[in-house]
Design a protein around this ligand. Structure first.
Ligand code: IPE
Ligand code: IPE
Ligand code: MG
Length: 250
């Protein structure tokens, strides 16, 4: 089975293809608990979690979702034991190498969001290679948040704008929400419509703080390695029942 192959395709037909969230964001959480429940090392959960990401990305693309953003490694995840961090980085490397071979065929654009200066030079080089391939692809885009923190993202944007002001290239009163968005790692990507957090935790954990201003949230107890196309359908169906008002009235 190829990297982005998937057999399942909304068989129940309950997802309204005409009202899909344009952008789905997922906090891929619960890998460690999934492994622990099976008496396995936490890293076994990360391995399965990486497979689930491939499967869900394919499914989103086939469904017609335009953007999928996943939280893979936070600015806080460096607190974990070095061995766990290195397994996660190894899985990311493996994914990037596979993607370099398959993303053009599968027409999947990849973008990495976060402070990439702190990842290894080897991974940075692979990110650059995926960026070069992505520039030749149109359509579905998967964003992988790597060494990503919502606060870090806002701070670096503020620093960039402040530096422009200090250099006389910008003035504070020129700053609008749209312009600020252009300084974020997510520049050019529409805000997420639906944010999913599996594993039973009811928090954002520093994910897309700016971009989630009007996102719809969906929480479920499924641990990420058990998450599948049906679980995604359930989240989308729930989303499609919501009334988004953006502060207005209907
Ligand atoms: C999410 O799963 C993956 C990362 C944060 C890298 P966890 O590793 O947080 O799994 P739990 O929450 O401990 O079960
Ligand atoms: C959020 O999960 C980060 C990722 C999924 C990459 P965590 O497991 O790190 O979050 P907390 O510690 O439960 O808030
Ligand atoms: Mg966790």
């Amino acid at each position: 089975m190829g990297l982005f192959d998937s057999q399942y395709s909304n068989k129940a037909g309950q997802v309204d293809q005409n009202r899909l969230p344009r952008h789905i964001a997922i906090i891929m959480d619960g890998n460690g608990r999934w492994a622990k429940q099976r008496g396995l090392p936490r890293t076994a959960g990360h391995k399965v979690g990486a497979e689930v990401f491939r499967k869900i990305a394919t499914y989103c693309k086939n469904l017609g979702v335009e953007y999928l953003t996943v939280y893979a490694f936070s600015t806080e995840n460096w607190k974990r034991p070095e061995t766990e961090v290195s397994v996660i980085m190894g899985l990311l490397k493996q994914y990037m190498l596979e993607a370099i071979d398959s993303m053009e065929r599968d027409q999947i654009r990849l973008r990495f969001l976060g402070d990439l200066s702190a990842i290894s030079p080897e991974l940075q080089e692979l990110v650059e290679r995926t960026n070069a391939i992505s520039s030749r692809i149109e359509g579905f885009q998967a964003n992988v948040c790597l060494n990503y923190g919502g606060r870090d993202e806002i701070l670096q944007a503020a620093r960039t704008f402040a530096a422009e002001c200090a250099a006389g290239e910008a003035a504070p009163e020129e700053l609008t929400a749209d312009r600020f968005g252009g300084y974020l790692y997510s520049a050019g990507i529409p805000d997420p419509d639906l944010v999913i957090r599996p594993s039973g935790e009811l928090r954002l954990s520093n994910f897309l703080l700016w971009q989630c201003a009007y996102a719809e949230f969906y929480f479920c107890d499924t641990l990420w390695p058990d998450f599948d196309e049906r679980a995604l359908d359930a989240a989308i169906i729930d989303y499609q029942r919501r009334d988004r008002r953006f502060g207005g009235i209907k």
